[in-house]
Design a protein around this ligand. Structure first.
Ligand SMILES: [Zn+2]
Ligand SMILES: [Zn+2]
Length: 417
């Protein structure tokens, strides 16, 4: 059994947090030259003879040799040209192809190729294998699929794949920009862990120490590899991939993205949604998320400088919020009315807990430490690096907390004086 499967199994089952952690993941293989063994691995895991292979031109090319490895299977190809934005339409197309048949999906790629597959396989109750083409984001093992529907991007509960394969030769050979983006997505876990712990402290939100520890371990392991990220090095690529899987598994254990996504992912999501309206193709997920992480950490670090705070009830100009969201306003309104998550925060408790909140912020590396590591890893660092106008970025950051029913320290900022 692979080391990563042992880690998964150690956290699987009944947990002290009160939840039974389950995942559909049966097998994870990480190794050199695995592209030639895909068919054999599927067979071992009881996949049916008919396979729908989903990829785009780039990912299929990266996985050279995969078709030969599937000898003996009836393989049908579903190849996109260059899929950068995964849409509900793609899910419907896939569902149409697999409905009522004894067939499994083999998804060759990263986020935008895998996400429609994850939901189509879940809805039609089919087995799913993900063959990773680049270590570019942490969604491989995850349970949910971020997808666009009628221009609005949201996360849909789907399923984790039964089998995940990472060929270290292919992962190491992936474009440097994708590997750096994967690193940026991982650094965000520090903000996610701050937000999760602060919310648990203030609102009593569910928390699992084991899952938080798994996430923390994954990012800490990766931080020390920062200067090797851009190299074509199989061992490093394998480790990055393993770290990305660990946080994905954490998400599948809590059945939400809480352990791996905090205020920074929400900011990046708002940017992406605003750009979708304007027809702009988004950057790599990890590029935007990485910069949002640094900006959030900078804000949190500054908060932690304050020995004491005063608090008040939230006083938000809702007209300005809905004006900012424009065509999305109706959806955003539903997230804030009639119940508003901020009602869970007692200003008195927030003030009294300030010492503990400062400790939580300081339990992770500072913005400067993360920036240094990200520079080494070739990541985008500044708002200008991700081609955003500074004023637009600030606005997205300011209004982002209303876009999601998720408590973050950034959301509590309006109560802090
Ligand atoms: Zn637990
Ligand atoms: Zn992410």
């Amino acid at each position: 059994m692979s080391a990563i499967m042992e880690i998964i199994n150690a956290t699987r089952g009944n947990c002290a947090c009160g939840v039974k952690h389950e995942t559909t993941i049966k097998d994870i293989r990480i190794g050199s030259g695995l592209v030639h063994q895909v068919g054999a691995i599927l067979k071992e895991n009881g996949f049916p003879k008919s396979i729908l292979l989903v990829a785009d031109q780039n990912t299929l090319k990266a996985a050279d040799g995969i078709l030969e490895s599937l000898e003996g299977f009836a393989v049908e190809l579903h190849i996109y040209d260059n899929l950068r934005v995964a849409d509900m339409i793609h899910v419907a197309e896939l569902e149409e192809k697999i409905k009522g048949r004894e067939v499994a999906i083999l998804s060759v790629g990263t986020g935008s190729v895998n996400d429609p597959c994850r939901l189509a396989a879940a809805r039609q109750n089919k087995m799913l294998c993900i063959f990773a083409s680049a270590p570019s984001m942490d969604g491989f093992a995850s349970y949910s699929s971020p997808l666009v529907e009628k221009g609005f991007k949201a996360s849909y509960p789907a399923k984790s794949p039964e089998v995940i394969i990472g060929d270290t030769k292919i992962l190491a050979n992936a474009p440097v920009a994708l590997k750096s983006a994967g690193f940026g997505d991982m650094v965000s876990k520090y903000v996610a862990l701050i937000d999760w712990q602060v919310s648990t402290l203030i609102t009593g939100e569910y928390y699992c120490e084991k899952v938080a520890a798994l996430t923390r371990q994954a990012i800490d392991e990766l931080m020390v590899l920062a200067d090797k990220v851009t190299e074509n090095d199989e061992e490093t690529a394998g480790k990055i991939f393993e770290a990305l899987l660990k946080t994905g598994i954490g998400m599948s254990y809590t059945q939400n993205s809480r352990p791996a996504s905090g205020a920074e992912h929400i900011i990046s999501h708002v940017i992406e949604c605003k750009e979708l309206i304007d027809g702009i193709i988004p950057n790599y997920h990890g590029d935007d998320v990485g910069v949002c992480t640094l900006e959030t950490l900078k804000f949190y670090d500054a908060l932690a400088q304050r020995a004491q705070i005063d608090t008040r009830y939230e006083d938000v100009d809702w007209d300005a919020v809905y004006r900012f969201y424009g065509p999305m306003a109706q959806d955003v309104r539903k997230l804030n009315e009639p119940e508003n998550i901020i009602d869970l925060v007692d200003p008195k408790k927030l003030k009294e807990s300030w010492d503990q909140i400062r400790k939580i912020i300081r339990s992770v590396p500072s913005c400067e430490e993360c920036k240094t590591a990200m520079k080494k890893a070739g990541c985008k660092i500044t708002v200008a690096d991700i081609s955003k106008n500074e004023a637009f970025f600030r606005e997205c950051m300011y209004y982002s907390p209303f876009m999601r029913k998720r408590m973050t320290l950034l959301r509590m900022r309006y109560m802090i004086i």
